[in-house]
Design a protein around this ligand. Structure first.
Ligand code: SRM
Ligand code: SF4
Length: 518
């Protein structure tokens, strides 16, 4: 280890000191007191940091109106749960809404601390939890959004994902064993052929692979994005059977907890530990921790397809049933829409909905005979099953409307700009455009055809909102990360820049009726 690394590891960062003083999960027993006292009277470290262990995020941009981040393993939500969440945000009027996140999850907005105990009670009654969804915890575990429905899937991973979540969260009670990791941690378990989880950007990813005709998973480790460095996950050279998945996750989390650096915060994700040890030593340590010999990776995995976006009508593996993918512009849902989605899931489907990492929704189990009536529902004018190819694949992080890290406004701008471009241009296939408000990369610009990362630029003597432009991200089979190709484009010049890129790189042509002449 170099002297610099030793020094960086030795000095605990400020969040480690905060956790050492009082564990994040300790605020669980203080919630009623916080609710009684009101947000302004809560100790600042508890309010701004420790509450995130319960999924409760103080928003400096909207003080007093908290964000609540849930856990939605595999992105599965019942109509009853959606209805409860819709009713929760409904009481906050214009402040209340929900966002589908890039981890196949939901975040609620406008939440008042005085309501939190009753909201959590109600959520628990409906099998929902927000436990350990922020700060130094494992995030929502992602999986194929059509697990159990997809005619071409290899493994239905829903049960496994739930088991991993239950292990990590102690069945949603809160788990002291994994409450104090050195940093956040992402896990994805793919059972499909199209890498619908973006395996390469997770700290642990399981991708389906055959060994001696047995179906299991090859394991990738260490993928992450951060402001200073992004790294694609690397092979651990391990193949596991499905019943070893929980144990492998547990072993890696124990190693990360006990040996991961707690020094310079920007160097604390799992990849830094893997690089410090070397992948072979890390692999041996995982095997030791599990108390077994691990099999070497299968020579090839089964991710052989282009990535699908699941929008539109698709026949399921169950004869006569379909899953219907709805496009939700930048993932934003309002309470009335949530209630309406719950209703159509009951009326046309089986009372279930799915969320995708593209921030869209899927309505499973719709019988052939019910499709015409479903397609005539007014909500499908808002959440289309057949959006324009240009608007279809826009993803956006929260941006400065609610996030204090943001350098720019994202969601509303992303929708307005793509609508303007879509009015003038047409493309033959979707162009994946990802917006992210700052270098933390929650909107994953590195996986996009066109990635836009918020920054500031100087223009006419003023500081203005701008973006760094990323290109070349590929997804699905052989996914790889895009890179920054142009810095600091002022947002008011972006439309022209995107128009040229769409024409030159993505074959966009002018729409005749727009009168636009490129
Ligand atoms: Fe993120 C921090 C939102 C996915 C990397 N992220 C934040 C915070 C909590 C910052 C804050 O306290 O304000 C943002 C909350 C804003 C808000 O009010 O919504 C935030 N991240 C999001 C979401 C909601 C973006 C979205 O609109 O979908 C996503 C929630 C996922 C979930 O359900 O749990 C979200 N964040 C991601 C992803 C994408 C992914 O996981 O595939 C990444 C990059 C991948 C990764 O983590 O390796 C990501 N978020 C970060 C980072 C940088 C982490 C690092 O190692 O440096 C931060 C900052 C931090 O942790 O210090 C961050
Ligand atoms: Fe906030 Fe930055 Fe993440 Fe966007 S990328 S949600 S602005 S932290």
């Amino acid at each position: 280890m170099s002297n610099a690394t030793v020094e960086a590891k030795a000095k605990l960062n400020k969040f480690e000191k905060l956790k050492a003083q009082k564990d994040g999960l300790a605020v669980q027993s203080e919630l009623i007191d916080f609710a009684n006292r009101g947000w302004e009277a809560i100790d600042k470290d508890d309010r701004d940091v420790r509450l995130k262990w319960l999924g409760i995020f103080f928003r400096p941009v909207t003080p007093g109106k908290f964000m609540l981040r849930l856990r939605m393993p595999s992105g599965v939500i019942t109509s009853g749960q959606m209805r409860v969440l819709g009713e929760i945000v409904q009481r906050y009027g214009d402040d209340g809404n929900a966002d589908i996140t890039t981890r196949q999850n939901l975040q609620l907005r406008g939440i008042r601390i005085e309501d939190i105990p009753s909201i959590l009670d109600r959520m628990h009654q409906h099998g929902l939890t927000s436990i350990q969804s922020g700060m130094d915890n494992v995030r929502n575990i992602t999986a194929s959004p059509v697990a159990g429905l997809d005619a071409d899937e290899l493994i239905d991973t829903r049960g496994l994902v739930q088991k991993v979540q239950d292990m990590i969260t102690n069945n949603s009670q809160g788990n002291p064993a994994f409450t104090n990791l050195p940093r956040k941690f992402n896990i994805a378990i793919a059972g499909c052929r199209d890498n619908s989880v973006h395996a390469e950007i997770n700290d642990i990813a399981f991708v389906p692979a055959y060994k001696d005709e047995n179906l299991g998973f090859n394991v990738l480790v260490g993928g992450f994005f951060s402001a200073q460095r992004c790294a694609a996950a690397i092979p651990l050279d391990v193949w596991v059977q499905p019943d070893e998945v929980v144990g492998l996750c547990e072993a890696i989390l124990v190693l990360f907890r006990d040996h991961g650096s707690r020094g310079v915060r920007q160097k604390t994700r799992l990849m830094w530990l893997i690089e410090e040890w070397g992948v072979e030593k890390f692999r041996s340590a995982v095997a030791n921790q599990m108390g077994k010999t691990l099999e070497r990776a299968a020579p090839q995995d089964e991710i052989l397809w282009e990535k699908r976006d699941h929008i539109g009508i698709h026949a399921q593996k169950q004869p006569g049933l379909n899953y219907v993918g709805l496009h939700v512009p930048v993932g934003r849902l309002f309470s009335g829409e949530m209630l309406e989605l719950a209703r159509i899931a009951d009326v046309y489907g089986s009372g279930e909905l799915r969320l995708t990492v593209e921030q869209n929704l899927i309505l499973p189990n719709v019988p052939d005979s019910r499709l015409p009536a479903l397609l005539a529902e007014p909500i499908l004018q808002v959440f289309s099953v057949n959006p324009e190819p240009l608007t279809r694949a826009v993803v956006s992080c929260t941006g400065n409307q609610f996030c204090n890290f943001a350098l720019i406004e994202t969601k509303n701008r992303a929708v307005a700009l793509i609508n303007e471009l879509a009015a003038e241009l047409q493309v033959s296939k979707p162009v994946r455009i990802h917006w992210t408000g700052c270098p933390n990369s929650c909107g994953q610009p590195q996986v996009a055809d066109i990635g836009l990362m918020g920054t500031k630029a100087r223009k006419d003597g003023q500081t203005v909102e701008a973006v760094d432009l990323f290109m070349g991200g590929t997804v699905g089979k052989d996914a790889h990360l895009g890179t920054c190709v142009q810095k600091a484009i002022p947002c008011d010049e972006l439309k022209e820049v995107l128009r040229s890129i769409l024409i030159q790189n993505f074959g966009a042509v002018a729409k005749v009726e727009s009168g636009f002449d490129p």
